[in-house]
Design a protein. Structure first.
Length: 308
């Protein structure tokens, strides 16, 4: 059974005419007649009748027409999926990423990316949100994982992530189901050097409260150890939190506070097949519930360029 036979069958059923079906398919009427004759011979049953009034499907034809349409749709989808798969002709891609993204999401993304494009060299450069944006702008990296918005960069949305207050397990607020900014203003805050501070300052300013930052820590493990020791509390994105937090508790804000992550790219991404492959791979993974299970906001539906 050939696709050309099924295409002729569906075209005839849609137009009610061999002549119109031939015009629709861009072939001769004799080609359509030959396709139908060979299909009926292969099926060993008549699937349509033809008279002066036009063409009608037999009972057998009525039973199989939906299957024929489905087969053609599946073939077209195969073609579209194949054409939409990026063909990577570059040999190297440099990715700027932060600790908060690297902990939970980057290993899965790199694994998926390598399985798809085995001959592509992947180079990682780590920094905080500000430095990653600068690296993209200065063409030190091809793509960077950043918090949005970044109005001076071309960006693609990726996913949302909820901010959490991290407390020692014996802290007075540890049993709370949520915390307000005003309550947090009573605490000494330890902050990661990873882009959280601007968001917190906006929150505290909106609440009319003062943000008391006592230490800024580069290493997340050191930061969490200091919180566990009772030196202060911190605020981290959910994606930055390890799966196991000994001696610590995490509490969401009330109301919830979220950040949106995106992919910043240098120049026009269409100029690099590796960059477009990275964007489409990351967005496809972000749409999976298993990849984003730890995020409060779930995945962001890809919608092209968010900012230029």
């Amino acid at each position: 059974m050939k696709l050309s036979q099924l295409a002729a069958f569906v075209a005839i059923a849609d137009t009610g005419s061999f002549t119109k079906a031939a015009e629709k398919l861009g072939v001769t009427q004799s080609a359509v007649s030959h396709a139908m004759a060979s299909l009926e011979a292969e099926l060993r049953v008549g699937i349509m009748t033809r008279d002066r009034g036009g063409v009608d499907l037999t009972r057998a034809g009525q039973r199989i027409i939906d299957h024929a349409r489905s087969a053609l749709r599946n073939v077209e989808q195969i073609r579209l999926d194949a054409q939409s798969t990026p063909r990577v002709t570059d040999h190297r891609i440099v990715i700027g990423t932060s600790q908060s993204f690297s902990l939970q999401l980057l290993p899965r993304l790199i694994s998926e990316f390598r399985s798809r494009f085995q001959n592509l060299e992947i180079v990682l450069r780590e920094g905080n949100d500000t430095s990653i944006a600068e690296m993209v702008q200065e063409r030190m990296v091809d793509v960077g994982i950043v918090t949005l918005p970044k109005t001076h960069l071309r960006t693609y949305p990726l996913l949302q992530d909820e901010m959490r207050v991290v407390l020692p397990e014996r802290h007075r607020w540890a049993p709370s189901s949520s915390l307000t900014v005003r309550r947090l203003a009573e605490e000494e805050i330890l902050l990661p050097a990873d882009g959280v501070e601007p968001t917190l300052r906006e929150l505290f300013q909106a609440a009319g409260s003062r943000l008391r930052v006592t230490h800024r820590i580069q290493d997340l493990q050191v930061l969490l150890s200091m919180v566990a020791a009772g030196i202060g509390v911190t605020v981290l994105p959910s994606l930055a939190l390890p799966a196991v937090l000994p001696d610590l508790r995490t509490v969401p804000f009330e109301p919830a506070v979220r950040r949106q992550l995106g992919i910043a790219v240098r120049g026009t991404p269409e100029q690099s097949s590796a960059v477009m492959a990275f964007v489409t791979t990351a967005q496809a993974l972000a749409g999976g519930s298993d990849w984003c299970a730890r995020t409060a906001g779930g995945a962001v539906v890809p919608d092209g360029v968010a900012a230029r």
